[in-house]
Ligand binder design. Structure first.
Ligand SMILES: [Zn+2]
Length: 429
């Protein structure tokens, strides 16, 4: 059976702020009809039917910045200053992680993401071959990049691994996996090292995923070493010659925003992580006004500590409203756009996913509205941001395949994933 019919559902296409009611037909990887589906488009013996009664069907959410393997470090070190958190807790534990630990931790992250409505994510970490293997098995879509830091990259091994990862996995798993490169940040990548990654990205015709302007320490360090802002430093080093996904951008000025907009660089906004680590508040409303593409991210689970984008959508809206003392800032639909089509654009996938329209790939979630916190259904679009829980996602379809049906992931042994992740976390303590 290659066709899938979602019947009798509320539809939010994310091309306009409006709900409609109807059916959706999927053929293979693609959406082939939305709204009215003529009976001539399928025969009963070749179509699987998903009942959409009391469900809202919308594009899957896109997590634009995370480190999936960090589920191993969830609640491992909380309520600490950033540098002691990294130096005394996170980095020593990461040094003990093996490929197998990262495989299980990443697989757990994918289960958590699928169950809370995420259908695509951007990841930056090590042991990325294992992460790619977990992506191919779980059925999620991912933009993967091996994190590269000059200080730990003896003989450019991380850069070499990035290239091998690209050769093995780019455009694999029916196109669900894309491989980018990841210079970790301006403060961990000096100009000569950065140049190697920029040149490799040009050669491979791929993009760069990088942390940018996350803390005041970074701003001060780059100013001292290069008399530049981090964004100016990246501009001088030709980073914006290729597609860029810049995570955080908490401390960026007006000129930095102009540079990002002119070069079509996208920003991954991580409100929960920025709040938990007390990094600061990124000027997202100003970025959107400048026309910068902004997607939503969770960051790794040790600085969040969850991968639930439904929760982070409400955090995002509330944070900017109170910061600007403006309740009209970051409206529900603006945040939904960031979490769907904004994220798709940021990952270089706007032609394929991010809206629910004919011709795009079917990355679709069905949210169960038959819950007390949606009642009395006055404005379901607002409810999605201000009231919904990630656990309201009942069905998930990625690349035309059902990966979660009635809250279950039948192709995965979830209990085994919990157990192996627990054992891996114990081993790195
Ligand atoms: Zn990060």
């Amino acid at each position: 059976m290659s066709k899938l019919l979602i019947k009798n559902t509320y539809i939010l296409t994310m091309t306009e702020e409006k709900l409609t009611k109807g059916d959706i037909l999927i053929d293979g990887q693609f959406i082939v009809a939305v709204g009215q589906v003529p009976a001539s488009m399928f025969t009963d013996d070749q179509v699987e039917i998903l009942d959409g009664t009391n469900c809202l069907t919308m594009p899957g959410l896109v997590n634009t910045h995370t480190h999936a393997g960090m589920t191993l470090l969830r609640s491992y070190a909380d309520d600490m200053e950033l540098m002691p958190w990294l130096n005394d807790a996170i980095w020593p534990a990461e040094a003990k992680m093996t490929d197998e630990h990262i495989y299980w931790g990443s697989k757990l992250a994918m289960v958590e993401m699928i169950r809370s409505g995420t259908t695509a994510f951007a990841d930056m970490y090590s042991s990325m071959e294992e992460v790619a293997r977990a992506v191919s098995e779980t059925g999620i879509r991912a933009n993967l990049a091996r994190g590269c830091l000059a200080i730990t990259d003896h003989d450019d091994n991380s850069i070499k691994e990035s290239r091998t990862l690209f050769d093995h996995w780019h455009n694999s798993a029916d196109g669900r996996i894309k491989v980018w490169l990841a210079p970790h940040s301006p403060y961990t990548c000096p100009p000569d090292y950065l140049a190697k990654l920029v040149n490799l990205a040009k050669e491979l015709k791929t993009g760069l995923h990088i942390h940018v302007a996350e803390t005041t320490d970074e701003i001060n360090q780059i100013a001292e070493n290069y008399q530049r802002t981090p964004v100016e430093y990246l501009l001088d080093n030709h980073v914006f010659d290729v597609p860029v996904l810049a995570a955080h951008c908490v401390y960026i000025n007006d000129n930095d925003m102009t540079i990002l907009a002119q070069h079509h660089a996208a920003v991954a906004h991580n409100p929960a992580s920025n709040m938990k680590l007390a990094s600061g508040i990124a000027p997202i409303a100003a970025m959107l006004e400048k026309g910068i593409t902004v997607g939503l991210g969770t960051d790794g689970t040790s600085s969040n500590n969850s991968l639930n984008l439904f929760r982070d959508m409400s955090i995002c809206s509330f944070l900017h409203k109170v910061n600007l003392l403006d309740p009209t800032a970051l409206k529900a639909y603006d945040v939904l756009k960031m979490a769907t089509i904004g994220g798709a654009k940021a990952l270089g996938w706007e032609q394929e996913i991010g809206t629910l329209v004919v011709g795009k790939k079917a990355d679709i979630i069905m949210v169960d509205l038959d819950k007390p916190h949606f009642c009395p259904w006055n404005n379901v679009i607002a409810d999605l941001v201000y009231s919904a829980q990630g656990s309201d996602v009942k069905n998930s379809i990625i690349d035309g395949k059902i990966v979660m049906k009635n809250y279950q992931l039948p192709h995965l042994d979830v209990r085994e994933i919990y157990q192996k992740t627990y054992e891996s976390a114990q081993a790195i303590k």
